[in-house]
Design a protein around this ligand. Structure first.
Ligand code: NCD
Length: 360
């Protein structure tokens, strides 16, 4: 993977200065030859890219339906290796990235906790990052620190092996590839009613510490006439940085703690879990906030086409009885994660044209 290193970091003084810059100023840094190279922030994606990636995911998905198609997909990237550095708990993001790699033929190595890597011997994060890049062609990371994936990209960009970095969740800040799969899911759920444009979407639960709803909110700037409803307990309201972004892009949003009043109005309900792990004292957070749960009885309040999403894992936010309803989209959403991540990896390694050519 060639990256034009000289071009990209010249204008920045160092990591600390780089980290404080606005995402807009950093967009080029995460690109190579005009294409997205590192995926760190949801703001990196524009409508053209989102549409393209959804089409690519559909193509991969269709290909994978046959043995011959799967074989062809596996022959696309058998010469590439990926590293999954997941030092925060993960089931879906880990498995969907791992399987996305397998679909395209990449081999995968993993670290799932700092206790099993040399960081416990006192190795600096910078040296650990360089070490990963010595063995693989792609790094996918999930880390409790907001800036870790970005720092990985920064460090590697100044080495002779600037391999691409994908952010699989950066603390309570961002989860850009989750936002991609959420968009892919919403576009599919709404494929017979004009897609995501013009829709009303409720985001419910811990909006303050939920990185999924933060990243997804950023992507709304790419869709026409979308209205957001932020439904949260007062202590978990969406933070101002996101609301400022929505104002800047003239995206209407409403805030309320009356979930039932919003249910009949919206085309999609995006449920989230209370993110206790970010509390200074998680054991003190005992309230389950039942007024922000979606119960089976609520199915009669929502529109016939309303899609119910959840990044999962769920605890009690959605009653299990809801699963049987066709509007429960969260299991389909989970599977969309694998296809869109396969599409992203195919794009990063520039085998997207090959997929479309084979397909047409
Ligand atoms: C989310 C996450 O890790 O942020 N899960 C996921 O990636 N599918 C949401 C959560 O953990 O509640």
């Amino acid at each position: 993977m060639e990256k034009l290193v000289e071009q990209t970091h010249q204008e920045f003084e160092g990591w600390d200065e780089f980290y404080t810059r606005s995402v807009d100023e950093k967009l080029d840094f995460f690109k190579s030859s005009g294409r997205i190279f590192d995926v760190i922030y949801a703001q990196q994606f524009d409508r053209e890219f989102l549409n393209y990636l959804c089409d690519l995911a559909d193509a991969i998905r269709l290909f994978a339906k046959t043995k011959m198609g799967q074989k062809k997909l596996r022959h696309l990237l058998p010469h590439r290796r990926a590293m999954l550095y997941f030092v925060q708990p993960s089931t879906r993001t880990f498995l969907s990235f791992q399987n996305a790699c397998h679909i395209l033929g990449l081999s995968v190595s993993e670290i799932r906790g700092t206790s099993t890597s040399s960081e416990v011997k006192g190795e600096s994060p910078e040296d650990t990052i360089r070490t990963f890049a010595s063995y693989v062609d792609l790094i996918i990371s999930r880390h409790p620190e907001a800036g870790f994936a970005e720092k990985t990209a920064w460090v590697l960009n100044q080495t002779e092996r600037p391999v691409p970095v994908l952010n699989g969740g950066s603390g309570p800040d961002q989860h850009p590839t989750q936002a991609l799969l959420d968009i892919y899911t919403l576009e599919r759920e709404f494929r017979n009613i004009g897609g995501l444009d013009g829709k009303k979407i409720a985001m419910v639960g811990d909006l303050k510490r939920g990185r999924t709803v933060r990243s997804l909110s950023y992507l709304m700037k790419n869709y026409r006439d979308v209205t957001l409803y932020y439904v949260a307990p007062d202590i978990f309201r969406m933070k101002d940085d996101i609301k400022d972004f929505l104002k800047k892009h003239a995206i209407p949003y409403h805030e309320t703690n009356d979930f039932e009043s919003v249910m009949p109005l919206v085309d999609a309900i995006y449920m989230t879990r209370i993110q206790k792990e970010y509390s200074e004292d998680p054991s003190s957070e005992t309230d389950t906030f039942p007024q922000f749960h979606f119960k089976t009885k609520h199915l009669s309040l929502i529109q016939p086409h309303c899609a119910i999403l959840h990044p999962l894992p769920r605890r009690y936010e959605i009653e299990v009885g809801v699963d049987k309803d066709p509007r429960a989209a969260y299991w389909r959403q989970e599977r969309c994660g694998m296809w869109i991540r396969a599409a992203l990896i195919a794009y990063i390694f520039k085998v997207d044209d090959e997929i479309f050519e084979e397909f047409s």
